[in-house]
Write a protein that binds this ligand. Structure first.
Ligand SMILES: Cc1ncc(COP(=O)(O)O)c(C=O)c1O
Length: 427
């Protein structure tokens, strides 16, 4: 039975989540059933909601600018199953380096539908992507032109990444378009790169690229960066990057994919040739809201500030300590809490705090705690702090869950050791 009163936090959960018989269900499956089947902590992804968001982006862009294509910035969630969903939905893939290339190909991506990023691509990265036959390489710096000239056999299509000198409202660590950014080239170097590539017999310059950062809500900043592209002449392709912010907390603005598409396409109409091809490469705004992290409360300390300690933390979510990202959370079966608590992780760092101040309903050891909007960059930056095991990923679609990444094991932790002898059972 579905409750008539749906808690406010559901506005941050994957669309289609609901309260059924007093408990949150993701794509129709109760959190407690997911916990019983797959354990905690775990990343849960509503596959139906993910596919819906991909189609919204894909169709929304092609409706507004038919000569266009969406590529998934796969750094946001580099799991083979996610690459597979993106490829099945017919969008391209953006990879940075050999590892993401391997996973993209394993997920079924057509190499011609892959574009390649990176501010420090090594020769071996470049050899790999050239051997695979990728569609586009985004040239980040002048040295890369020399590297490619030495390595390319035949012809390779490339774009040149500009640094537009546009600041954004995002965290410094997520801002990539300002004058001192390590990504792309300033105007003088851009012109030199264009000139070098145009004179090369192996490299074919198809256009320009810009990307100003992540978790950006300021639509004017995107428009400004598109204007900056128009200062270098007219090209066939313009890759306008990704970066649209996703609402992670009640305080974040709600800028929709449609608002964003309206703004970037308007700027493209204002500043770019009408016959050009437009590429967008969203990451976070494609995957963030489809993901929920499920934790078990291990203990609660009361006295001073109430601290709710869970069985995960900064090893499965670095967004908080790296970017200061604010998240919300709820218990899986009690929503209208009055108790102000902080949710802390289990790792040996005081900074391992997932949420500084959130209202929960009398949390106690054993409760299931759900943290929504964790589908972007959490899996990406997962680590083994304190020997913790990286989380499984469970897709849920129309009431059916399936494991797509298994939980790491202690054997995995030892798997790369070379000198340590295998564990012997104690006698
Ligand atoms: C070149 C490039 N394109 C696209 C993205 C995706 O950004 P976001 O996940 O914020 O959409 C990134 C990540 O910052 C990036 O570096």
């Amino acid at each position: 039975m579905q409750s008539s009163e749906q808690p406010a936090i559901l506005s941050l959960f994957p669309e289609g989540s609901s309260v059924v018989d007093g408990e949150i269900a993701i794509s129709g499956v109760h959190a407690s059933d997911l916990a019983a089947a797959y354990g905690t902590p775990a990343y849960i992804v509503d596959e139906s909601a993910l596919r819906q968001r991909i189609r919204h982006y894909r169709d929304g862009l092609s409706l507004r600018w038919p000569n266009s294509r969406v590529y998934f910035a796969s750094k946001a969630f580099p799991a083979t199953a996610v690459y597979q969903v993106m490829s099945e939905e017919g969008i391209g893939i953006d990879v940075a380096g050999g590892g993401e290339l391997v996973m993209a190909l394993a997920g079924g991506a057509d190499p011609r539908d892959i574009l390649v990023h990176g501010n420090a691509k090594t020769d071996s990265d470049l050899k790999m992507v050239l051997d695979a036959g990728v569609g586009l390489i985004i040239v980040d710096n002048l040295h890369e032109v020399d590297q490619l000239t030495a390595l390319v056999q035949g012809t390779q299509d490339v774009l040149v990444r500009i640094r537009p000198n546009v600041d954004t409202d995002t965290h410094e660590a997520m801002s990539t378009g300002h004058g001192d950014s390590k990504f792309g080239m300033g105007p003088e170097e851009t012109r030199r790169a264009i000139d070098m590539i145009q004179r090369s017999k192996d490299l074919r310059l198809r256009g320009l690229h810009v990307h100003i950062g992540s978790q950006v809500f300021e639509l004017d900043a995107f428009s400004e960066s598109i204007k900056a592209l128009s200062e270098f002449g007219e090209f066939e392709i313009y890759d306008l990057g990704g970066g649209l912010g996703e609402r992670h907390s009640y305080d974040d603005p709600a800028v929709s994919v449609d608002d964003y598409l309206d703004a970037v396409v308007q700027a493209a109409k204002d500043f770019l040739p009408p016959s050009s091809r437009i590429i967008l490469e969203p990451g976070r705004s494609l995957v963030a809201r489809a993901g929920v992290t499920m934790y078990r409360v291990v203990n609660v300390k009361r006295g001073g500030k109430t601290l709710v300690a869970v069985d995960g933390g900064m090893a499965d979510n670095l967004e908080v300590s790296l970017y200061g990202q604010r998240f919300e959370a709820t218990l899986s079966n009690r929503f209208h809490g009055e108790e102000l608590v902080s949710v802390v992780g289990r790792h040996c760092e005081s900074g391992d705090e997932l949420i500084d101040g959130v209202h929960l309903d009398s949390p106690a050891a054993g409760d299931l705690l759900l943290m929504p909007v964790t589908g972007a960059y959490c899996f990406t930056m997962a680590n083994n702090y304190n020997g913790s095991l990286r989380l499984p990923v469970v897709f849920v679609s129309d009431g059916v869950p399936r494991l797509v990444v298994r939980r790491e094991t202690y054997e995995d932790l030892l798997a790369r050791d070379v000198l340590v002898p295998p564990l012997q059972p104690k006698r």
